[in-house]
Design a protein around this ligand. Structure first.
Ligand code: MEV
Length: 430
């Protein structure tokens, strides 16, 4: 089987193929085994597996899995699996990745996989004395924390730092918080960090005479940031009646709106998360954790703002960048037990959590660009309508070839509504 790195993320006409033929193409590229392809076809987990994953399981809930094309991340061709119910997301990301290819694709990087575990220390009489005692005992506490997960230690992970913070202004008065900084290597790391915090708590109580209340990771994983940037050549930006300069400047103006206004920033960042969540979900990762981290990071200055930045290079090209916390793993949790998540990681050819984080961030930036380009030019609805029309046609009861025919009619009439779709179906059946 070929390594995905040898393959290309450009598969011409993929959009027009049937699902069977798309699978055939992936088989030919040697990226996925027959077993993995059939896992994709049947949605991955069955009810029996679900029963081992959550309480009171009564079934499984599926999402469409699309393939993001044209991505080049750090010089490597990457096929990107995206689990998402919203039309236009996969097409938008793929199209922007194609524009970015002309300048080499996306450049991305990540910090070391450092997670933060928090311990809330209450009932301490002298906060300064307790903080000093903790600072003095830090080497001992880190050594103790290192014993907790020998596997992680062997892989080069483990505790790195203990930071004492003082919270003066709280509804229950001042208290201390300890941050345990923990390198979780290729895991998302929630289990490792929560276990470490719980195990350290008694020793911290003994050292300070206080009471350790909460012991839990922080989703504001700002020691584990991922970044992506891209250049879109000016020559790639013109389309329809829009000049390249108009599109470029329109995108920068759209970004400026999000940079300055939290109401717009929320929607702008939602567009980024359309792409990010789709890959996070496809790989079996915890998208609520990534969402929480992203929005908290967007508000780090005290005012909620855009996670991305867009500007113009000295050559006149459009340049974009995105930075946010990216707590994702490729070992443990659903990433290991979910066959579709396994296939998704295989498709991308990732071997480390850092590579996955970099790809996810590149997709977020591409998704943001897709939304801004549409909003700054023809508006978002035009692109949405044809796929939305298909969903409306299916909702109205269209089947087989009728779906496309009915969707085309609804778009032509500019009336993409279920009542009209039902009416047309009724007329056609008479
Ligand atoms: C829709 O899912 C996402 C957008 O609203 C994002 C944006 O406005 O930037 C189009």
């Amino acid at each position: 089987m070929n390594s995905p790195a040898e393959s290309t993320s450009r598969i011409p006409d993929f959009y027009d193929l049937s699902i069977e033929v798309r699978h055939q193409r992936l088989r030919e590229l040697g990226v996925l085994s027959d077993e993995q392809l059939s896992a994709l076809a049947n949605g991955g987990i069955q009810a029996e597996a679900a029963d081992h994953m959550v309480e009171n399981a009564i079934g499984v809930h599926s999402l469409p899995l699309g393939l993001g094309l044209n991505f080049v991340v750090n010089g490597r061709e990457v096929l990107v699996p995206m689990a998402v119910e919203e039309p236009s997301v996969v097409a938008g990301a793929s199209f922007m990745a194609k524009l970015a290819r002309a300048a080499g694709g996306f450049r991305a990087s990540t910090d070391a996989p450092l997670m933060i575990g928090q311990m809330q220390l209450l009932d301490v009489k002298d906060l300064d004395a307790a903080a000093a005692a903790l600072a003095a005992a830090t080497p001992e506490l880190l050594a103790e924390a290192a014993q907790i997960d020998p596997v992680l230690l062997k892989l080069g992970g483990g505790p790195r730092e203990l930071v004492v913070r003082r919270i003066d202004d709280s509804p229950i008065g001042p208290f201390l918080v300890l941050h345990l900084i923990y390198d979780v290597r290729d895991a998302m790391g929630a289990n490792a960090i929560n276990t470490a915090c719980e195990r350290l708590a008694p020793r911290i109580e003994a050292l300070t005479g206080g009471r350790v209340h909460l012991r839990i990771l922080s989703n504001l994983a700002d020691r584990r940031l991922a970044r992506a940037e891209c250049t879109i050549k000016l020559s790639e930006l013109a389309f329809g009646n829009f000049s390249a300069e108009q599109v470029r400047d329109g995108i920068v103006e759209a970004w400026a709106f999000a940079a300055a206004d939290p109401y717009r920033a929320a929607t702008h960042n939602k567009g980024i998360m359309n792409g990010i969540d789709a890959v996070v979900i496809a790989t079996g990762n915890d998208w609520r954790a990534v969402e929480a981290g992203a929005h908290a990071y967007a508000a780090r200055s005290g005012r909620y703002t855009s996670l991305s930045t867009w500007g113009v290079s000295s050559e006149g090209d459009l340049v974009g960048s995105l930075e946010l916390p990216m707590a994702v793993g490729i070992v443990g949790g659903a990433t290991k037990v979910h066959p579709t998540a396994q296939a998704a990681l295989k498709l991308m050819g990732v071997t480390t959590a850092a590579q996955l984080a970099e790809i996810i961030t590149a997709v977020g930036l591409a998704q943001n660009l897709a939304a801004l380009r549409a909003l700054a030019t023809e508006g978002i609805q035009r692109g949405h309508m044809s796929l939305h029309a298909r969903q409306v046609a299916i909702a109205a009861g269209a089947q087989g070839e009728q779906v496309e025919k009915l969707a085309a009619q609804l778009v032509a009439e500019k009336t993409v509504r279920v009542d009209r779709a039902e009416q047309l179906l009724k007329e056609w059946s008479q």
